[in-house]
Ligand binder design. Sequence first.
Ligand code: SF4
Length: 427
Amino acid sequence: MNFSDSEIVASILNENDFESTNEIRDADVIFINTCSIRDHAEQRVRKRLEFMQSLKKKNPLLVIGMLGCMAERLKKQLLEEEQALDLIAGPDSYRDLPRLLTEVASGNKAINTLLSIDETYADISPIRYDSNGISAFISIMRGCENYCAYCVVPYVRGKERSRDADSILSEAKVLFQNGFREVTLLGQNVNSYHWKLDGTEASFATLLKKVASLDPLLRIRFATSHPKNLSDELIQTIAEKNNICKSIHLPVQSGSTHILNHMNRGYTRDLYLERIHAIRTFLPDCAISTDIIAGFCDETEEDHQETLSLMEHVAFDYAFMFRYSERPDTLAADRYKDNVPIEIKDRRLKEIIELQQKLSFKSNKKDVGKTFEVLIEGFSKRSTEFFSGRNSQNKVVIFPITQNIPGDYVQVKINQSTSATLIGEIC
Ligand code: SF4
């Protein structure tokens, strides 16, 4: 989401006669777009500000601003704590950046952290920078109202709002016309997207079908799906359209119903497994990935074992795994004790990561001998003699270069695999 927001900010500033630069020492204004989901992310931003302060010593006119969730969470306190900062803007205040910069130019510190109930930046065409020219993100909604106990997002990104479907469709169309071949529709919980389209109420499945109908050569991905809102209609839509990628990111967070209730996730272990069963029934070749938190408040050894057994049962293709870290102002911070000792959290996380590595390795090994349609994204990071691309299941595929170019679809037969990559050749 933050990457997508940075492209919106670049567009707003571009309209106001600013240009972006890849060389930090040439910049007159530097914005850091921040995340508050984990304490580690905030600590890294604080470190980065120390470096910014050193740039400011060399160039006292340099303006440094903080955007995003950390700006929203800490507001004015940040201006007091961080000498380097001149400006603070929350996720719904980016249209106000030109005015805030003028305020800074007149010698003041500037801040706007007002949250909105309707801002979606629908009319702004994001500037695609740092792009491979093949894949792009399209933000389809903002905010979240799920209030998972561990999460700051509802407090720092405000109420859930869906973006005008027509503006999403025209953004996807323009991207395709400009050579992009893959769009990822983004929202905190895309499954609860809703909008009036052609006079009727449109669900996320309807939107997905419309975007996929723009052109069969445009691949569609989406993130993130909330298990409690993953409908059969959506699963069937993915099955119907070849260009909707067969890959679903479905964060489970824990395999224990007791912990899921505690997290306020809105589903049980059984309901999650029932949704997995529905995916496997309609989409037998679909990759499933997830997020897992180790050591949430009151998590017992038995709860942890339930997480491991759920992972084995689902056989996730890959996962993002974290140790629970308490975030201020969340429901968990207010009501629960962060009472799992750090050594136990670390041990449980290690067991989760080790299991996932085995599952990912096994999942990739099963692909050896198969042939996949791969969208070429560019050269492999390790060698210009190899292309890198992804298959519909979102797995990275490496293969020797041919006369094809990035943006082409090719058929690749897989000869080898690791836990992270498939290696093959065009056939
Ligand atoms: S669904 Fe839960 S975890 Fe995801 S952004 Fe919303 S509150 Fe946070």
